[in-house]
Design a protein around this ligand. Structure first.
Ligand code: ADP
Ligand code: MG
Length: 483
């Protein structure tokens, strides 16, 4: 039998507020345990939550950016469950009236095709604390620094049919939320975590099969691997005539397998009810208009503009607009050198290559857009060749100065003086009579290839600084002149 896979995602996005969603404690990652947890986060009796305005704004911005319904009124609820790292005994979340309702999300697949999936809802909630099992022998520690960190939980419709689609969506979502500046998107620190709901059904049928939910997968690669593993597991079960049990599973990356955590709680186990300590959140039309006004240009729009205004290929435009900081860097470079093709090549090639090799983000780049733009100008005006420019780039990267200073200090200026070049051509011709004879005896079709030898000698002798175009012209003039 052939099976169709169906996937729906729930993404927990940490919002980039400085303080928590209901208290004034800081949200900075990596602090000593329990140094960022105050009486509200510790659930001391009588403490009252105070809603963080920025968290509400960020959630609404997300809704507006994907053209979803943004609730003019939304309500917080208590989701009741017991866990050691949840001292209140309930999580404040949103249930019946979330801040973001139905929407659509468009994104591009790896091959550039446009895809659209449904967003079921997105709601605000607080994160729980962390149980630390490793640091205390025979005991469990509880760190409440993360308790109360604002999360936006984004729930998709079961619209994905492959791991490629799911991962492309997550990448596009990551790009969108970092463009919006509503999350730092740092997956290694858990700023974006994903639950994967997956089921199979016989190909060609429409009814959904029983699903499992794989919790808290925190990298694109693990999402892909977890999907492959879980699909294979379910397929084996179904092929053997068994059935899938609805349950929560976890993905163990070390063993590359999914494992059962607990059977799935039904929703009403949580006894949701409206949070009595918080008023409903009301957004006026003026609030919404102001937020819409403040939205930046979004990734897909920017990609299209890069294609149209700069004449870039869809692929180049995609790479350059994936991350807002890269797109800004490209535009900054282009503003200086006014050559889109060269700027695109240099940003994608040398710059991203060097950043990648050094495991650095573009924000930390030692080369600025102006410096790269200046370097490209020197290629354009013939001062240096593309090859020498790579050497100059490396020197700029190492902090040796701007392009002009380095070209000057290292004497890299391209030799375009025809007198000097002619002398070099004369020299190579008189020193290699055999090759000259061979060239002149060859038929014109083969000559081009044979002339490469002479160009190579001259470039070598000039340490790459001879203007290759002029060398070629002068050389052919001499070689083809057989008198
Ligand atoms: P819960 O609230 O119990 O987690 P929901 O019905 O809200 O469950 O769905 C959660 C996620 O699971 C959504 O992303 C939804 O698209 C997805 N989902 C629901 N049913 C299925 C299914 N049969 N197969 C795959 N995904 C599903
Ligand atoms: Mg769920």
């Amino acid at each position: 039998m052939s099976w169709e896979m169906v996937i729906g995602l729930e993404v927990h996005l940490q919002l980039a507020t400085q303080s928590k969603i209901f208290s004034g404690s800081a949200t900075t990652f990596g602090a000593e345990p329990n140094t960022q947890a105050n009486a509200v986060d510790l659930a001391m009796p009588g403490m009252l939550p105070v809603l963080n305005r920025k968290a509400v704004r960020y959630a609404a911005m997300f809704g507006l950016a994907i053209d979803a319904e943004v609730g003019r009124r939304s309500v917080f609820d208590r989701k009741n469950y017991f866990y050691p790292d949840l001292p209140k005994g309930y999580q404040i979340s949103q249930f019946a009236e979330p801040i973001v309702g139905r929407g659509r999300f468009a994104f591009r697949l790896e091959d550039g095709r446009l895809q659209e999936i449904g967003i079921t809802r997105a709601h605000l909630e607080e994160d729980a604390g962390k149980s630390l099992h490793e640091d205390f022998h025979g005991m469990t520690g509880v760190d409440l620094n993360r308790a109360g960190t604002p999360l936006l939980e984004i729930v998709t419709d079961p619209d994905f049919r492959s791991s490629e689609e799911a991962v492309a969506f997550l990448k596009a979502l990551h790009s969108l939320v970092t463009y919006l500046g509503i999350s730092d998107g740092n997956m290694a620190e858990g700023s974006m975590r994903c639950d994967v709901n997956l089921s199979l059904r016989p190909a060609g049928t429409t009814e959904l099969g029983t699903r499992t939910e794989i919790k808290n997968v925190n990298s694109f690669r693990f999402v892909e691997k977890a999907i492959h593993r879980e699909r294979a597991r379910q397929e084996d079960l179904l092929e053997d005539g068994g059935s899938v049990v609805q349950e929560t599973r976890l993905y163990d990356a070390d063993r590359d397998e999914t494992r059962s955590m607990r059977s799935k709680e039904v929703a009403n186990d949580y006894r949701y009810f409206p949070e009595p300590d918080l008023l409903p959140v009301i957004l006026t039309e003026a609030d919404i208009d102001a937020l819409r006004e403040a939205l930046p240009e979004l990734p897909l729009d920017r990609r299209q503009r890069f294609r149209e205004d700069f004449g870039l290929s869809d692929y180049d435009a995609g790479v350059l607009t994936d991350e807002r900081a890269i797109a800004d860097f490209f535009e900054g470079t282009h503003a200086v050198c006014e050559d889109a093709k060269l700027a695109a090549n240099w940003v994608q090639g040398e710059l991203l290559g060097a950043l990648n090799a050094a495991d650095m983000s573009i924000a930390a780049s030692p080369v600025t857009p102006r410096q790269l733009g200046d370097l490209i100008l020197r290629i354009k005006d013939g001062s240096i060749s593309g090859k020498i420019a790579k050497e100059v780039f490396e020197a700029i990267w190492n902090g040796e100065g701007d392009a002009d200073e380095i070209i000057e200090a290292r004497g890299l200026k391209q030799v375009s003086d025809s007198g000097a070049l002619e002398a070099m051509v004369d020299k190579v011709i008189s020193e290699n009579p055999d090759q000259v004879a061979q060239y002149r005896a060859a038929d014109p079709a083969k000559r081009k290839k044979l002339s490469g030898f002479f160009v190579g000698q001259i470039m070598k002798a000039s340490k790459g600084q001879a203007n290759p175009k002029m060398v070629n012209e002068l050389l052919l003039k001499q070689l083809d002149n057989e008198d």
